[in-house]
Design a protein around this ligand. Structure first.
Ligand code: SF4
Length: 318
């Protein structure tokens, strides 16, 4: 993993808490510690955002803890807040980690329920804070493979999958509930029997009991990244899994393409069978699979807002 990126502190002038307006997160407050992410995953949709800094540069919102102290006063205890919708708060830079620690301290101290999704490693220095507020933290590690070649190719500057599992194990020992998100699954690369078996066995061994699944959704900017950053034979093979010519807006505001339904169903069934044998619970992400008629949201219960709960109850019970 390279720590070779520029971290530039900037002052956030807009609100620190904004409501996410997409997919399963719709309506939930979200916070990002940085603009841009040094992990530079090839499939990252946030790299295509208009304001995203160039690769190798990250802007750090150094005043987030102060802003949140002010804004947090107006929200009730138990308010769900999601960290990392378009960046990663555990990028290996001392200033980012300090701001992350201070930001989480404000949110947890206010009694909020905090959901964190990361591919980063949580340093030992978070032990005190996390152990104290363990019941308010819902942690998800993003991991699709323990294979080093895979990680280097698709997530070039993120910690290796094996290191993420070690981090998850440490979090469990601090009393934190940890889930895993297998997203994006990429046909031929991360959805193979061999890859899934070794990953799920590793997750089981470190105490994870629930996994969320989702196949890759292609977007125009992700396609460009694939063309630029992957060997041509690999990107061609991946593109062959998206036979539709037209881009669509199914299930999101953004233009995207999905892998054909039948292939996704087969892939999910294969993974679910392995997970079931290991006693792991699986959830298929509804918002990334709008054509599968799924119900409910893949968020942990503690992070569902009242609005969410009402919406999903209505869907479930008519
Ligand atoms: S870790 Fe997340 S935010 Fe960072 S580059 Fe990868 S997908 Fe994007």
């Amino acid at each position: 993993m390279s720590g070779d990126f520029k971290c530039i502190p900037i002052t956030k002038r807009s609100r620190a808490l904004h409501r996410a307006d997409f997919g399963c997160l719709k309506g939930v407050y979200a916070v990002n510690i940085t603009l841009g992410c040094s992990f530079s995953c090839v499939y990252c949709y946030a790299r295509g955002y208009e304001l995203a800094p160039p690769k190798g540069t990250v802007y750090l919102y150094h005043n987030l803890p102060l802003l949140l102290q002010r804004e947090g006063r107006h929200l009730p205890i138990g308010t769900p807040v999601i960290i990392n919708t378009s960046s990663d708060c555990f990028q290996p830079h001392p200033d980012i980690l300090k701001t992350t620690h201070d930001t989480l301290a404000v949110l947890l101290h206010r009694g909020f329920q905090v959901g964190i999704l990361t591919k980063g490693i949580v340093p030992e220095g978070f032990k005190g804070l996390f152990s104290r507020y363990a019941r308010q933290i819902q942690f998800t590690i993003g991991v699709v493979s323990l294979n080093e070649d895979y990680c280097r190719l698709f997530e070039p500057y993120a910690p290796l999958g094996t290191n993420r599992l070690a981090s998850a194990e440490r979090l469990k020992s601090w009393g934190i509930n940890v889930r895993a998100r297998l997203d994006p699954l990429i046909p031929f690369f991360s959805d193979t029997e061999e890859n899934i078996k070794s990953l799920l066995v590793g997750l089981k061994e470190c105490g994870v009991q629930e996994i969320v699944l989702s196949y890759l959704q292609l977007r125009p900017r992700i396609l460009e990244n694939f063309q630029r950053e992957l060997p041509p034979q690999i990107s061609k093979l991946i593109f062959s899994c998206f036979p539709k010519k037209q881009w669509e807006t199914t299930g999101s505001k953004t233009l995207s393409k999905m892998i054909p339904r039948s292939l996704r169903l087969k892939g999910y069934a294969r993974i679910q069978k392995i997970a079931q044998e290991l006693g792991l619970k699986t959830i298929i992400c509804r918002c990334k699979n709008p054509d599968l008629g799924l119900r409910g949201s893949c968020l942990p219960t503690e992070l569902k807002t009242k609005k969410h709960k009402r919406f999903f109850q209505k869907r479930l019970f008519g």
